[in-house]
Write a protein that binds this ligand. Sequence first.
Ligand code: ATP
Length: 237
Amino acid sequence: MVAVLEIEGLRKTYRSRRHGVRQALDGFDMLVEAGQVHGFLGPNGSGKTTTLRTLLGLIRPNGGRMRILGHEVPAGLPAVAGQIGAIVESPQFFPFFSAGDTLSLLADAGGVPRTRVTEVLELVGLRDRAGERVKTYSLGMKQRLAVASALLKNPKLLILDEPANGLDPGGIREMRSLMSDLSRSGMTVVLSSHILGEVQQICDSVTIISRGRRVAAGPVAEVLAQHSATEIRVRLE
Ligand code: ATP
């Protein structure tokens, strides 16, 4: 087993004048193996975004250890930054630019050859509509464009915060086939969600978080065999 992501005992406390002290992560653990599409499942406010932002070095934790691709976070992040593609906030695209232009701009800014733009458009299934303005895209197409932007540098690890949020069943099927194509190509994907059905449809394995702690983890089928879907749904409320 090759661990792409290892988190042990992660703790994060937010302090604000308005809300006082809030324990967002309370000794959280997570392990993701190479080549998996791993679901990070938990209700709103359970600590998913905090975890993903901490992993990317955007938030400083109060305790715990994290390794990505064998490198300690945050000290080792610069060494692996080019191997991580991430979307942790809904990306804002210029509505009057085409998807192709949008990706070309991002490629130029990131020193990525333009030939890669055509490759990622093909990968996410947007090649035929690459010349159209983003404002004419459906939500699912915008989500796939976001994934395309994270794929430009051909990362080994892709981290996506709620990529299936708001998608209809057709959009979820497209996302599933995109994610399984990516994992077949050797990429590891971590995606967060607060909906069990999404994770069941898209992911191989899952970590369930509730109130900043891991409450279950493993292959999706195994976790569902140990904890009934009803029990998990109650945790997600
Ligand atoms: P969602 O799906 O709603 O984004 P989440 O699982 O990603 O939820 P987080 O956004 O990580 O959860 O939030 C975890 C807890 O930390 C919540 O109680 C939230 O209100 C709190 N929190 C998050 N960011 C801050 C902040 N900047 N200041 C204070 N509290 C915060």
